[in-house]
Design a binder for this molecule. Sequence first.
Ligand SMILES: CC(C)(COP(=O)(O)OP(=O)(O)OC[C@H]1O[C@@H](n2cnc3c(N)ncnc32)[C@H](O)[C@@H]1OP(=O)(O)O)[C@@H](O)C(=O)NCCC(=O)NCCS
Length: 363
Amino acid sequence: MTNAAITGWGKCLPPAVLSNRDLATLMDTSDDWIVSRTGIRERRISHVTLGDLAYVASARALAAAGLQGSEIDLIVFGTCSHEDQVPNMASGVQLRIGAATAAAMDINTACTSFLYGLSCATALIRTGVVRNALVIGAELISPFMDWTDRDVAVLFGDGAAAVVLTATTREEGLLAEQLGCYADARETLRVHGMGGRYANRGILYGSVRWQFEGQEIFKRAVHGMGAASESALGKLGLKAEDVNLAVPHQANLRIIEAVAKRTRVPLDRVYINIQRYGNMSAATVPVALCEALEEGRVKPGALLLMPGFGGGLSYCAHVVRWGERTSPRGETKVDLPPNERSALQIVRDVMEAKKVLTNQEPS
Ligand SMILES: CC(C)(COP(=O)(O)OP(=O)(O)OC[C@H]1O[C@@H](n2cnc3c(N)ncnc32)[C@H](O)[C@@H]1OP(=O)(O)O)[C@@H](O)C(=O)NCCC(=O)NCCS
């Protein structure tokens, strides 16, 4: 049987750091509240485009795999913060990495987009349609944030990461997953103003309002990720004790703790980096995977559990068997252009631009 081993990985975090104290200068919130309710201490705000973040992450993942862009047959770009609906994001990465003969598609299941992308790319490798695939999870949330709404503005950040999948006959890569969606709760998370629904309704693209029921999302997240984890492990006849490391979606530290308790994976076997980045939606799991590798938390042959949750309300859990190699084959000089503005200044610039936009809205 053909599997899809993860042979390369790379992340790209924009350098500008927005602290909780910075946020408290914009809205009625505090470092204490944010840390105690979410575990988040800071997040990154990008000075470049989503395509730039994803390209750098992809170049690093290719170098780690020791592959050229021209060897990639498929690019799957998981995101919900596209630059445009047409052309898609994946084709932009294809052009920049020189994957001239690749297929390129985007997937949007919000925060689970990377994991859903991992499922699609793995399936296409298993069936022999492609041999090498690049799967990206990247988000640029900051321009779509309502920076006057403390219910959501404290939770999210920008970032990107990518993995390279390669066909193998070994028992490696994604072995089993459970995918699902609580469509009945889709209205608990809606970002008004991000799509075509608003054409002719007097709402301009980019002028956003977040409809967000935090507590209901919290409950569904714990339930969905817990049930999906049990189900995915069950398909392989495995249990929580077989998991060497859980790399969950990072939306709220309390959600991660509750999922760990429910799945009975002890917290010392759960990778957590939400304190540094907040919720980067589709980028959280692949960035966490990269950092777990950098920190030596992923051992050769490790069994990884990756539960995810996002708008939709989509949920999933993926069980991955790591290969023998836990260090990159190579590195690249590709990097972001330098940044001159502070994160707070970038946010203030977004707010100013939105004010101009709002003033143009028909009354
Ligand atoms: C959003 C979330 C952090 C809120 O935590 P919570 O414990 O449910 O907090 P509540 O909404 O009950 O708010 C408690 C109080 O804090 C206040 N509050 C809300 N946001 C605040 C902020 N940023 N700073 C200070 N106070 C805040 C509320 O107004 C409320 O005040 P009140 O008691 O006077 O009414 C939590 O529900 C959550 O993480 N949900 C999951 C959401 C998510 O990550 N979704 C993304 C999809 S993957």
